[in-house]
Design a protein around this ligand. Structure first.
Ligand SMILES: Cc1cc2nc3c(=O)[nH]c(=O)nc-3n(C[C@H](O)[C@H](O)[C@H](O)COP(=O)(O)OP(=O)(O)OC[C@H]3O[C@@H](n4cnc5c(N)ncnc54)[C@H](O)[C@@H]3O)c2cc1C
Length: 288
């Protein structure tokens, strides 16, 4: 299939992108890696009058590590998160990236595109939420920052407003006292997952002092599961705590059924994926 006719503009600087995106009288979309947008345009589900190609804006690419964050510019390809510098700063982010799509999609798909898409089962979205990350969006009157907890609004809908550009994603690093685990179920290796679970536990000695668990595929957006988190805090974490946490998932999830999985199946898979993620977290001291 071929897309409906559209104008393509290829700015070279962020300022040019901001100026173009602010012209809201033209129906415009931003093109990042195109892994989702191009198929949608080819199927004519999305029919913009104008496409702003971000690939020529070099200032939108790159990864740096500060004391507290892995700072990823929006047009950084997902595959670049497999760099040794990311492994050293955030083994969780490095590990999770290998599950995002496949080699081909990771080499074209961008970190910003994945987050801007806001899929409930996007591994990077779920990880960002578990890490309490932050996002920078730019617009004509300057940048604004959004906490990940306020970023995912509804099904494939984020807090990025009209004319705004996601420019940077900050994934906080974890200290030596943290343990983490990740698990997901995919029906086929090339598909989006059915359910994703990311668990981060902070320890003081043997006692768990903080638990952050984010899940995908159990609601329209990635969600934190507060009741399950509570079961893990206050002492050592044993298998019984893991099972109790999984039993309390129900309080914070609201899965829908679709072509891929019924709501009931997602509930059961959520429970098993959470148990796996927590067991992974408990089986190794911080890999940070
Ligand atoms: C076969 C296949 C399997 C996949 N499997 C997975 C998977 O398992 N897990 C997963 O998470 N993803 C998966 N994906 C999705 C893919 O990894 C990309 O993350 C995703 O398509 C979006 O990234 P992109 O850079 O291609 O963005 P694009 O497709 O170019 O854009 C996606 C959307 O984001 C908007 N956008 C992009 N960049 C910005 C920005 N900087 N500011 C504001 N808006 C922006 C675009 O306008 C568009 O609406 C898969 C894709 C394919 C084709």
């Amino acid at each position: 299939m071929r897309p409906a006719p559209f104008a393509l503009v290829s700015p070279q600087t962020l300022n040019e992108v901001i100026e173009l995106a602010d012209q809201q009288d033209v129906d415009t979309v931003l093109l990042a890696g195109g892994q989702t947008l191009i198929p949608l345009m080819n199927m004519r589900i999305v029919r913009p009058d104008r496409v702003i190609d971000l690939s020529g804006v070099s200032e939108l690419s790159g990864i740096s590590v500060t004391g507290e964050d892995v700072v990823v510019s929006a047009m950084t390809r997902q595959a670049e998160l497999r760099a040794p510098s990311v492994l050293q700063a955030s083994p969780l982010l490095h590990y999770v990236t290998r599950f995002v799509g496949q080699v081909q999609t990771r080499s074209r798909g961008t970190v910003g595109g994945s987050i801007a898409l806001g899929s409930s089962v996007g591994e990077l979205c779920v990880t960002l939420l578990a890490l309490d990350g932050r996002l920078r969006v730019d617009r004509p009157d300057g940048p604004r920052w959004i906490e990940s907890a306020n970023f995912f609004i509804d099904y494939l809908t984020t807090a990025i407003g009209p004319g705004e550009i996601l420019t940077e994603v900050r994934f906080p690093t974890l200290g030596d006292s943290a343990r983490w685990g990740f698990s997901e179920l995919k029906l086929r290796a090339c598909d989006f997952p059915i359910v994703v679970a990311v668990a981060i536990l902070q320890f003081d000695g043997d006692a768990c002092t903080d638990a952050r668990i984010a899940m995908g595929g159990v609601d329209a957006i990635p969600v934190r599961v507060a009741a399950a988190e509570l079961e893990l805090v206050g002492g050592p974490v044993a298998e019984g705590d893991v099972q109790r946490a999984a039993a309390r998932l129900e309080e914070d999830i609201s899965p829908g059924g679709d072509l891929h999985a019924s709501a009931d199946y997602r509930r059961r898979v959520a429970s098993s994926q959470l148990v796996r993620a927590l067991r992974m977290a408990m089986s190794s001291r911080s890999m940070a």
